[in-house]
Design a protein around this ligand. Structure first.
Ligand SMILES: Cc1cc2nc3c(=O)[nH]c(=O)nc-3n(C[C@H](O)[C@H](O)[C@H](O)COP(=O)(O)OP(=O)(O)OC[C@H]3O[C@@H](n4cnc5c(N)ncnc54)[C@H](O)[C@@H]3O)c2cc1C
Length: 444
């Protein structure tokens, strides 16, 4: 297609999920940069991994996430508080975006209880409102956990009143819409798929399926797809991606009143099975997600096999690192176990049985419409160490940044956006500034 004169911007943010929308918001509200484009391939913002069906809708504080280290919990606590500050300012507009509820970390059996108590000694210093509770207290708050459970099966839990269930897709839309209201030069382009980013002397030419753009600085916020674009421009060679999909199962019988997470090994970047009331229907409880490796960068989009190939399989070092990670014992056992849940007929029934760890009376017949597909978690692999890299990263290039955001990327949206904005400001050598005072007043 013949493309006419490029649309010019100081900054182009490519990808309008919760990451791109948060960066767009902070740039618009707290900096004096006057022209910013947010470019999204779908018809609406926040419809891929940030969409409510595709993730667990949890604002991760770090208290109920048993696989988090102390360091990670401290970082998550700070990040989640920033989102809380934003959500609480929304007033009535927040009704379609988030719900507050209690949350628990459940330990079942002697071994898990011992691990929980050891962890709790450290974690209650970080989270003073996160209290240890007994079987009797659990029964009062979440009767479904205790009903039908053998007396001989010991349980204990960590409990907090301060849980948040968030529709991160709706939050992305809100953040971006608010940004547009604040700054006339902040523009959103949907249905606009980035095809290529070409580095020029004074910026970047961005070709899309529609018009062409030109920006002095670029942030690629396309989750898994960011690595592919980074590699095309010669960056990020030290990383590859293990794409992990999975499913959620929804019980149409109300079995929980708040979020309930379970104990999980710190060696894995995945939370153990958890039950979460749906943000838009508290009478439904979602269980999951299961975890299955799949060779795609986007769920329901097999065309993204080619993108996975470009980002990971096409160079020897990345492919070897991927194989090495997949052959690691703890991960392999975890993934093989999850494969069982994919077996037709038997799999979902086996999963319902596994969820009885949380709700002993849960049956397969409680699940409505079988499973719903979750998004893809782009677990990063460090090609040097040939190990999984926990959490999100930002690859830095010359006047360009690439964000890759596995869980808890949605929770970290504001904290990461502030870091990104600081780097963008530095690209412009003092021409623009970040009003940190105003930002901190709003978010800290
Ligand atoms: C199963 C699962 C459970 C999770 N649970 C949680 C949780 O409970 N809490 C939490 O904090 N995090 C959770 N996460 C992680 C969280 O969902 C992600 O970190 C977050 O949504 C990433 O946001 P993003 O904006 O970076 O990516 P996305 O939301 O995927 O947005 C990327 C955007 O880029 C666009 N894009 C891609 N290619 C192009 C292109 N060529 N041109 C233009 N646009 C393009 C896409 O259309 C998309 O809108 C979970 C993830 C999964 C998969």
């Amino acid at each position: 297609m013949e493309q006419c004169k490029p649309k010019k911007f100081q900054i182009a943010i490519l990808g309008g999920g919760i990451t791109g929308s948060s960066i767009f918001h902070i740039l618009s509200k707290y900096t004096n940069i006057d022209s910013i484009a947010l470019i999204e391939k779908d018809g609406k913002l926040g419809e891929i991994n940030s969409k409510e069906n595709n993730n667990s809708q949890t604002l991760h504080f770090g208290d109920i996430e048993a696989n988090y280290s102390v360091e990670k919990a401290l970082s998550s606590k700070e990040a989640s508080q920033m989102v809380v500050r934003y959500l609480e300012r929304l007033g009535e507009d927040g009704a379609g975006i988030y719900k507050k509820s209690h949350k628990m970390l459940l330990a079942v059996g002697k071994k898990e209880i011992a691990e929980f108590e050891k962890r709790q000694n450290e974690f209650e210093k970080i989270f003073p409102n996160f209290k240890k509770i007994t079987r009797e207290e659990i029964a009062e708050i979440e009767p479904g956990i205790v009903n039908g459970r053998k007396k001989s099966e010991k349980i204990m839990a960590g409990y907090s009143k301060d849980g948040f269930t968030v529709d991160f897709g709706a939050l992305a839309k809100n953040l971006a819409t608010e940004a547009k209201k604040i700054k006339a030069g902040a523009k959103i382009f949907v249905d606009t798929k980035v095809i290529k980013i070409i580095e020029k002397e004074d910026g970047f030419k961005i070709t899309t399926n529609k018009e062409t753009f030109f920006a002095k600085a670029v942030v690629v916020a396309m989750c898994s797809h960011s690595l592919m674009f980074a590699k095309e421009l010669g960056y990020g060679k030290e990383y590859s991606i293990l794409p992990v999909g999975g499913n959620f199962y929804t019980s149409s019988r109300k079995v929980l009143n708040g979020k309930v997470y379970t104990m999980q090994s710190g060696k894995l970047p995945f939370a153990g099975v958890h039950g979460d009331p749906n943000v838009h229907n508290e009478n439904e409880t979602r269980f999951g997600p299961t975890a299955n490796v799949m060779p795609f960068l986007e769920r329901n989009n097999i065309a993204t096999f080619g993108d996975f190939f470009k980002s990971t399989l096409c160079d020897k070092k990345s492919a070897i690192a991927l194989l090495k990670v997949l052959s690691e014992n703890t991960l392999l056992t975890f993934l093989l176990k999850n494969l069982i849940y994919e077996i037709p007929y038997f799999g979902p029934r086996a999963y319902a049985k596994m969820c009885q760890k949380i709700i002993p009376t849960l049956k397969y017949s409680d699940f409505k419409n079988s499973k719903t597909k979750a998004g893809i978690r782009p677990q990063l692999i460090n090609n040097q160490t040939q190990k999984l890299q926990m959490g999100e990263i930002e690859i830095e290039g010359k006047n360009i940044l690439f964000n890759i955001t596995p869980s808890p990327g949605a929770t970290a949206c504001i904290k990461n956006a502030a870091k990104t904005v600081n780097k963008i400001i530095a690209f412009f050598d003092g021409k623009y500034s970040f009003n940190k005072e105003a930002f901190e007043k709003d978010f800290q």
